[in-house]
Design a protein around this ligand. Structure first.
Ligand SMILES: *[C@@H]1O[C@H](CO)[C@@H](O)[C@H](O)[C@H]1NC(C)=O
Ligand SMILES: *[C@@H]1O[C@H](CO)[C@@H](O)[C@H](O)[C@H]1NC(C)=O
Ligand SMILES: *[C@@H]1O[C@H](CO)[C@@H](O)[C@H](O)[C@H]1NC(C)=O
Ligand SMILES: *[C@@H]1O[C@H](CO)[C@@H](O)[C@H](O)[C@H]1NC(C)=O
Ligand SMILES: *[C@@H]1O[C@H](CO)[C@@H](O)[C@H](O)[C@H]1NC(C)=O
Ligand SMILES: *[C@@H]1O[C@H](CO)[C@@H](O)[C@H](O)[C@H]1NC(C)=O
Ligand SMILES: *[C@@H]1O[C@H](CO)[C@@H](O)[C@H](O)[C@H]1NC(C)=O
Ligand SMILES: *[C@@H]1O[C@H](CO)[C@@H](O)[C@H](O)[C@H]1NC(C)=O
Ligand SMILES: *[C@@H]1O[C@H](CO)[C@@H](O)[C@H](O)[C@H]1NC(C)=O
Ligand SMILES: *[C@@H]1O[C@H](CO)[C@@H](O)[C@H](O)[C@H]1NC(C)=O
Ligand SMILES: *[C@@H]1O[C@H](CO)[C@@H](O)[C@H](O)[C@H]1NC(C)=O
Ligand SMILES: *[C@@H]1O[C@H](CO)[C@@H](O)[C@H](O)[C@H]1NC(C)=O
Length: 774
């Protein structure tokens, strides 16, 4: 039962009264903004000129933490609400992840109804939330993490997953999400890589565009279901892996290495909003970076939607960067730089201080533009027009059969097989008992932005529980060994070794992460996620010691990694007979691992981030510049890094992943006019059905500025029965092969190399040369 304390009407909602329709039109003499046949822009313009100064300034922010949690129950947090809602009433956030959607719905409905019914102009809140691999409250379908779903390289399946996440959010009344994250997972130390698609901008563009198009699909009344927020404009290669780190500002770097996903989405999908990053770009924090926002984003890239701050990012210009001298100063700088909306999770924001500038025409005009931008989102998403969501629809939408099926399917394709000496798949006739070792074997390590209590079975089966369903509890010898989080307690290692010996086969699950934003104690001890950069890319705590001890028994070992990050796998680790990366779990990741172990599912995931070979051997991404591979003196050494000696090309590279079958990719052919068409035939040459991701890379022979040694430009995932073949053909407009020089697009004519294969590794690629005639 939700405790509410705003007005008597709230009780009615808590008891299940639903709003059949919002009586907007009945409310008045029919002003134009209530006419849903007009465009969002026209409606916003009409409403804007009816608003008072205070009403306008109020739209610049919102209430982020509407609900709290007391004694395990969702509660309306009146303290938090009253603190800000009079001066920040543009949007509304939901609060703690552990609250269940069914408890959140009546509170948010009530607040929205109250605004519709009882404020002068009836301007409702729009509900806003993060949404990566689930709703940001409990009770919905929990998909695997973003890096996990991207590892499927299956765009169609990802689209279905996003549609499910969208419909669950929509049923809860959410009309605006703070996703997708288009940042490039370039530095393995960054704790947020699990929220990202991977290290390649083409791959990010493809997944990001699908996210935006799917979320922003129209409902039956023609309204955008959920507005998206592309972010974080612009975040570089995270100096030191640190979340809010500064970056350099070279425009060729920004436009070619970071901006491509924004460029594609702006052209093809029109995300209704964008969030700036925490980064300082060339010493100017993005929240006040007029050049990057107005000249580059608005000017060169042509972004038209609303631009918002990141949480507290306006504040940091004063408190951390010290480039603003007061709250007022920070707010004005941000507004002048082009920020139109403020996200302030902790309470009072900075934009309310603009209230005093009523007589400043420049500020007043900027505020008018900003308010119009928000109102357009509200009109576009139907928050003035559509009925408030009902408890019935919520119930029938969350975790419906279709969502669960899509989730099972994408979970199966999200796992990457990195090594297999023949131990996998296991044959049921051969296996009676399995030792399951490691704390991460018994949790759902879903990432910080997922609604998930990692140890609560309500969120799905851990690998240990899934395996127990397969083999029977008595045949799963579980030994945690050591803690998931750093500790000095090695007392459990002996038991793990004994379990491995007894079973004769062990699956060791090691990881990093776990916990969420909510549990401060757990949060402070987590090892991956926002705000956690990795100084060491090994397994946190004593996990490696545990693995080494189990490997020393000589018992066959399958190593499973669980995290949003990549790990350095040292020589000891590589003794494992098979290695799988399961990334951030969804509720079916445990089941999918069991299905893969026994060969019921043939693994088909591929790395979207390269695994570094040593703690200091990065950047490691596959698409480096030729000059980044010149560590050694001419013939003196073949290595870029010494002690340990490591080359620029790590073997577990972008695009790599194994299968239980084998594929042949025929020698590719090319034809070219104003497009380049590359064709090949893929054959499943093994004995089992399997899926292969065929990848196309390219590089111009000569370019005006340096071009990466190769860049992904297309990929296709094919599903083939044993012995089956299929033709794969890609058409790439030559105009797409170019790059930016000082803000202008340039395409080189002349010779190009294309590569076709099953990963970005040289040994997995076939080369062909093509000449483009200008
Ligand atoms: C309610 O909000 C206040 C102010 O933000 C906060 O201090 C308090 O912890 C919250 N209470 C709950 C139960 O979340
Ligand atoms: C809002 O107004 C409608 C009709 O005017 C009414 O049915 C509904 O109960 C009201 N809701 C609240 C929360 O006042
Ligand atoms: C704005 O100008 C009006 C008219 O000149 C004046 O009455 C008012 O005090 C001014 N407000 C502020 C906040 O300066
Ligand atoms: C899930 O996968 C199964 C087996 O490949 C397939 O039959 C089914 O259609 C898929 N479901 C969805 C929703 O994609
Ligand atoms: C079964 O186990 C034996 C002994 O470990 C091994 O030689 C054989 O290859 C296994 N068979 C299968 C099908 O995995
Ligand atoms: C998480 O789940 C475990 C196991 O059910 C439970 O003991 C713990 O209290 C839960 N934590 C929260 C914050 O709900
Ligand atoms: C491990 O032990 C060392 C030395 O006693 C201590 O400094 C450190 O804090 C301990 N670490 C943990 C995670 O308990
Ligand atoms: C692997 O890493 C562990 C933990 O850092 C270390 O104890 C072990 O010696 C390493 N093994 C090799 C071969 O480097
Ligand atoms: C080149 O590709 C574009 C876009 O895919 C297509 O519209 C056009 O017809 C193609 N031109 C040729 C000559 O194939
Ligand atoms: C396929 O099965 C046959 C017969 O069992 C076997 O001889 C052959 O080696 C298998 N091929 C592959 C690629 O596994
Ligand atoms: C392209 O390659 C061909 C064959 O190697 C060569 O003859 C030709 O000179 C090259 N063209 C340019 C513009 O470099
Ligand atoms: C493609 O051209 C490069 C030189 O740019 C040459 O080294 C390579 O052998 C050529 N490959 C083929 C398949 O012709």
């Amino acid at each position: 039962m939700v405790r509410l304390a705003i007005s008597l009407a709230f009780l009615a909602v808590a008891q299940g009264v639903t709003y059949a329709s919002v009586p907007a039109k009945a409310r008045d003499d029919s002003p134009a903004y209530l006419d849903s046949s007009l465009s969002p822009k026209e409606r916003a313009a009409d409403l804007l000129q009816r608003m008072t100064w205070e009403e306008k300034v109020g739209q610049l922010g919102g209430v982020r933490k509407t609900l709290g949690r007391t004694d395990g129950q969702a509660t309306f947090n009146k303290t938090a609400f009253d603190l800000v809602h009079k001066t920040q009433n543009g949007q509304i956030g939901l609060g703690p992840q552990y609250n269940y959607a069914k408890d959140v719905l009546p509170v948010v409905n009530e607040l929205r109804a109250e605004q519709l019914n009882s404020t002068r102009l009836g301007i409702p809140y729009v509900a806003i939330t993060d949404s990566l691999n689930s709703m940001w409250v409990s009770g919905g379908t929990l998909f695997p993490g973003v890096v996990s779903m991207a590892s499927s390289w299956n765009l169609g399946l990802y689209e279905q997953a996003v549609a499910a996440i969208r419909d669950e959010n929509h049923a809860l009344g959410v009309n605006w999400v703070l996703s997708p994250e288009l940042d490039v997972a370039y530095d393995p130390r960054n704790g947020r890589n699990g929220e990202m698609f991977g290290e390649d901008t083409y791959l990010i563009s493809e997944f990001g565009t699908r996210y935006v198009k799917t979320m922003q699909a129209k409902d039956e009344n023609g309204f955008v279901k959920i507005a998206t927020t592309i972010k974080h404009w612009v975040y570089g290669r995270s100096n030191g892996g640190v979340n809010r780190a500064s970056m350099e500002g070279g425009i060729n770097h920004i436009l070619n290495d970071l901006a491509p996903p924004y460029i594609k989405i702006i052209k093809e999908a029109e995300s209704l909003s964008l969030m700036v990053s925490y980064a300082s770009v060339d010493r100017v924090p993005m929240s006040i970076n007029k050049y990057m926002i107005k000249d580059v984003l608005r000017g060169i890239l042509g972004f038209k939607g609303l631009i918002m701050s990141d949480a507290n990012s306006i504040e940091y210009t004063m408190t951390e960067s010290k480039v603003s001298k007061s709250r007022e100063d920070a707010a004005q700088k941000a507004l002048r730089a082009g920020l139109e909306h403020e996200l302030s999770p902790g309470g009072t924001g900075f934009f309310p201080t603009l209230i005093n500038l009523v007589n400043n025409t420049e500020i007043a005009n900027l505020i008018d533009q900003s308010v119009a931008a928000l109102l357009e989102i509200k009109f576009a998403t139907g928050v003035f027009d559509n009925p408030l969501p009902s408890a019935e629809t919520l119930e029938s939408t969350l975790r419906n059969e279709r969502h669960l099926e899509v989730n099972r399917n994408i979970s199966q394709e999200s796992i990457v097989l990195l090594k297999n000496d023949g131990i996998l798949p296991l044959w049921r006739g051969n296996v009676s008992k399995i030792a399951v070792v490691g704390a991460y074997a018994d949790m759902i390590n879903a990432g910080m932005y997922a609604a998930c209590n990692a140890t609560d079975p309500a969120y799905g089966n851990s690998f240990r529980r899934s395996l127990a369903q397969e083999l029977g509890d008595e045949n799963v010898l579980y030994a945690k060994g050591v803690d998931a989080l750093p500790s000095n307690d090695s007392s459990g290692i002996d038991a793990a070794v004994a379990a491995a010996r007894e079973a004769g086969l062990a699956v060791v699950v090691l990881g990093s992460g776990y916990g969420t934003f909510d549990l401060s104690e757990m949060n402070n001890r987590r090892t991956d996620g926002e705000g956690f950069a990795h100084a060491d890319l090994g397994f946190p705590g004593l996990q490696q010691q545990l693995l080494d001890a189990v490997l020393d028994t000589g018992v066959p070992i399958v190593l499973v990694m669980s995290s949003g990050q990549t790990f350095v796998l040292n020589e000891s680790t590589m003794r494992s007979g098979a290695i799988l990366h399961s990334w951030l779990s969804g509720e079916f990741t445990g089941d999918a691992l069991v299905e893969i172990l026994f060969g019921d599912v043939n693994p088909s995931g591929k790395l979207t981030v390269t695994m570094p070979q040593a703690n200091g051997a990065f950047p490691v991404a596959y698409d480096y510049l030729a000059s980044d591979d010149q560590g050694g003196f001419a013939t003196a050494t073949l290595y870029d890094w010494q002690w340990p000696q490591v080359t620029r090309c790590a073997p577990l590279r972008f695009g790599y992943g194994l299968s239980y079958t084998t594929f042949d990719i025929s020698s590719p052919t090319a034809s070219c006019s104003d497009n380049v068409t590359i064709s090949t035939t893929v054959t499943n040459t093994g004995n089992v059905t399997g899926k292969e991701v065929v990848q196309l890379y390219y590089r111009p022979e000569y370019s005006v500025i340096e071009f990466p040694v190769m860049k992904l430009i297309r990929f296709s995932k094919v599903d083939l029965a044993a012995g089956e073949s299929t033709a794969v053909s890609w058409t790439v407009p030559t105009s797409e092969l170019g790059y930016y020089i000082d803000g202008d697009w340039n395409v080189d004519y002349g010779n190009y190399t294309f590569w076709v294969g099953s990963s970005s590794r040289t040994e997995d690629l076939q080369q062909l040369n093509v000449t483009l005639l200008g």
